[in-house]
Each structure stands twice: as structure tokens, then as C-alpha cells.
Design a binder for this molecule. Structure first.
Ligand code: ADP
Length: 389
């Protein structure tokens, strides 16, 4: 077990098609025993980052440290990391037992007895003792994935690296394996970096998430902090489903002077106490954000003060089971609300939408950085700077 540190890690691909910076000065520390999830849209540099940690890809600039060793120039086998891939990458002709023991047999001088003991223990941990004599072709996707995990676990690595390991599984199994993986990681108390493009997977599994976009780490924080206090609009909109509603808006000091009205096309969609925003934004352009669950149709407690309300027309309500999505028109804009199951307005209904000041997000329209996050004070904003060369 060990702490993993990336210092300004950069990867530039330079090939016939030109030069591309896939990862731009990524700096992340994963504490000993921590489960960090690297998340972001396809092509944002997650796999490249993971492969640089594993040693499967060279580092153009920066350092990778495992414990107190700099490892960026070491071969993968010298780094004490184990990687699990989406494709399982099992040897077809070998049984589960042989697949799991293969790395130990060929890269250590461990006795056959010790090897077998480790394979047996890992198989128990994963609940696959019965599969040990089977070959991959006789296994389901979930079973193959467990064998692939077992092969990583037997090596008792310092750092466990997982690249979209659950994407080939069906939804039900994926959700089951998510829980299993968390249990295993916590039982083993191993430092883990898990790559996924699926924000739900990231939010549910991680101790902390590192959100990447366009090669740049945007924020590293516990899921609930990133969700409620995103550093910028990208993080705010990437986390959460349906996505945060965002609109270009103008902040206007309202009549009594102690709040800003946030106007979108002349309609006030939010009111924010002046004290919730550091600088004076009177008359300034802002980007207004509101999460679907914070648009209240008839379910906001009367105790909530600082509420802004406006009329909207329901275009459609989608039944979801444990809640409903209501699509609303306000002027020329469309908003998505997520409401409790009992709230099911018909298409064409005129409704009153209420928004509490504490739920309003504001972003700088130019830099996209947060001006106001959840709450009416800004004390929780993680001000970790984003570097871009
Ligand atoms: P992600 O895992 O987030 O989907 P990747 O790390 O695979 O993203 O890719 C990041 C960027 O680097 C992408 O634009 C991709 O096209 C580019 N890239 C990845 N591998 C190579 C390579 N071997 N050669 C050139 N460009 C690459």
C-alpha cells in the first residue's frame, strides 16, 4: 500500500497526425488506501493518465510517485501496480487458476504453494472458488471480470488501477459489481484509481473524484463537494442527471438593494443575497445554473425563505418510478425539473416554479469559474487553481 502522487503530469502525443496534448499538467494525490475515481467525457485523457501511472505510456513531463519512489522511468513490472481492463484480457487457453497465478509465476520467485494459497484466498474474496478450474469461454461476463480482478488482487499491489472495468456488464450486474468492488477495495485497504466516463459510477464509488475535461483536471474533491460546490460550469453540468439547467443571464440589484435578481431574457429565475457573492455583480452578465431537483412545483417547504417564483408551461412529464422529470417552457427557454413521484402535471398545464436562493449556481460567463455554489455563503468553494499551459 502506498500514496500515489502525480505532479504536473503531461502527455503529448506527437505522431504523423500532428501533436496533441492528451493530459495537461495533471496534479493529483491519492492517499494511502483511498479510492479515487477519474471521470470525464470520452477523450478527456483518463485512460492516458492511468496508463502513465501503470507505465504502459511514457510521461512527457512531470513525475509519478508511488510511496516515496519516483516511478515514471520504471518498467510496469517494477512499479508494483496492478491494472484491470474493460476487456478482461484473460488468456483463453488457461483456467481461472492459471490466469490468476500467471503473473506471480512469471514475475516473482514465489513458491507454488504460496502462489496457490494467494489464488485461493483471492478467489474466496471474490466468491469464485468454484470457477478456478474453468476456462474463460465457460464463464459469463461477470465471472470473467472477477477472474480479471483476482489476477490483479493476487499480486497484492501498492496501487490498483481499473480502466472502465464494468462497462461490458449489463446494468444489473454492473450495479452489483460496483458494490462488490467497493467492498473488495475496502477489505484490501489498497490505494485505487478507477477510470470511468459514467458520473453515476464515479459518484457512488469514490472517496474522491477527479473530474477531467480536455486533458485538464478540473477539480479533485469528495463527490458531494464537487456536486454542491463545483469549481466551474463544466463540473457543475457534468455531475448530475439530468444535467444542471444553465442559461446566460444578467444579475440586477433588485429594489430593496440586498439581493440580486438573476434575469434570463428579462424573466427573473433566481434571487441571490448580495452576501452570497464575493464581488459586486450588479448589471454583469453571469451564467445561471439550477439543478433539476431544485426546481420546485409544489413541494418546497414554506420554511424556505429567499424564494424566487415564476410561471412556466409543462411540455411533458416523464414517469421515472421513484421520481418524475417535468420539462417546462419559460419564455423561449426550456428547463428540466426532477420532482417527487406524486407530482405529475399534464402537458399544457400552467405551473408556478419556485427556486430557493441557496440552490442557485452562478458562473463567470468568460472563465466559467464558479461565482456562487450551493448555499448562501461561498465558504465551501474548493479554490484549487486549474493550470493550463
Ligand atoms: P479517455 O480515456 O478519457 O477517453 P484517452 O486518454 O484515451 O481519453 O485519450 C485522450 C486523447 O489522447 C484523445 O484525444 C485521444 O485521441 C488521444 N490519444 C490517445 N491515445 C493516443 C495515441 N496512442 N496516439 C495519439 N493520440 C492518442
Amino acid at each position: 500500500m502506498a500514496k500515489l502522487t502525480l505532479n504536473d503530469v503531461t502527455k503529448v502525443y506527437d505522431d504523423a497526425e500532428g501533436t496533441e496534448t492528451a493530459v495537461d499538467e495533471a496534479s493529483v494525490t491519492v492517499e494511502d488506501g483511498e479510492f479515487l475515481v477519474l471521470v470525464g467525457p470520452s477523450g478527456c485523457g483518463k485512460s492516458t493518465t492511468l496508463r502513465m501511472i501503470a507505465g504502459l505510456e511514457t510521461v512527457t513531463e512531470g513525475t509519478v510517485e508511488i510511496g516515496d519512489r519516483e516511478v515514471q522511468y520504471l518498467a510496469p513490472s517494477e512499479r508494483d501496480v496492478a491494472m484491470v481492463f474493460q476487456s478482461y484480457a484473460l488468456y483463453k487457453r488457461m483456467t481461472a487458476r492459471q490466469n490468476m497465478g500467471y503473473g506471480l509465476k512469471h514475475s516473482t520467485d514465489m513458491s507454488a504453494e504460496e502462489r496457490n494459497r494467494r489464488v485461493r484466498e483471492s478467489a474466496e474474496l471474490l466468491g469464485i472458488e468454484e470457477l478456478l478450474d474453468d476456462k474463460p469461454e465457460a464463464m459469463s461476463g461477470g465471472q470473467k471480470q472477477r477472474v480479471a480482478l483476482g489476477r490483479a488482487i493476487v499480486r497484492d499491489p501498492d496501487v490498483f488501477l481499473l480502466d472502465e472495468p464494468l462497462s461490458n456488464l449489463d446494468a444489473k450486474l454492473r450495479s452489483h459489481m460496483r458494490t462488490e468492488l467497493q467492498r473488495i477495495q475496502s477489505d484490501l485497504d489498497v490505494t485505487a484509481v478507477y477510470v470511468t466516463h459514467d458520473q453515476t459510477e464515479a459518484m457512488t464509488m469514490a472517496d474522491r473524484i477527479a473530474i477531467m475535461n480536455d486533458g485538464v483536471v478540473q477539480q479533485v474533491a469528495p463527490p458531494e463537494v464537487a456536486y454542491d460546490h463545483p469549481n466551474n460550469k463544466f463540473v457543475g453540468a457534468f455531475l448530475g442527471s439530468p444535467s444542471m439547467n444553465t442559461f446566460d443571464a444578467v444579475a440586477r440589484g433588485d429594489g430593496d438593494g440586498d439581493a440580486y435578481a438573476i434575469d434570463v431574457d428579462g424573466i427573473t429565475l433566481g434571487k441571490v443575497p448580495r452576501g452570497a457573492v464575493e464581488d459586486n455583480i450588479d448589471g454583469e452578465s453571469v451564467c445561471f445554473g439550477i439543478r433539476p431537483e431544485d426546481l420546485h412545483l409544489d413541494n418546497l417547504s414554506d420554511d424556505v425563505t429567499d424564494v424566487c417564483q415564476f410561471p412556466a408551461t409543462v411540455t411533458i412529464t416523464e414517469y421515472q418510478g421513484n421520481d418524475n422529470f417535468v420539462y417546462l417552457d419559460v419564455g423561449d427557454r426550456s428547463l428540466t425539473a426532477r420532482v417527487p413521484p406524486g407530482v405529475y402535471p399534464d402537458s399544457g398545464d400552467e405551473v408556478t416554479v419556485r427556486i430557493a436562493a441557496e440552490d442557485v449556481f452562478l458562473f463567470d460567463p468568460e472563465t466559467t469559474e464558479s461565482i456562487k455554489t450551493r448555499g448562501v455563503g461561498n465558504e465551501h468553494i474548493d479554490t484549487q487553481p486549474i493550470t493550463r499551459s
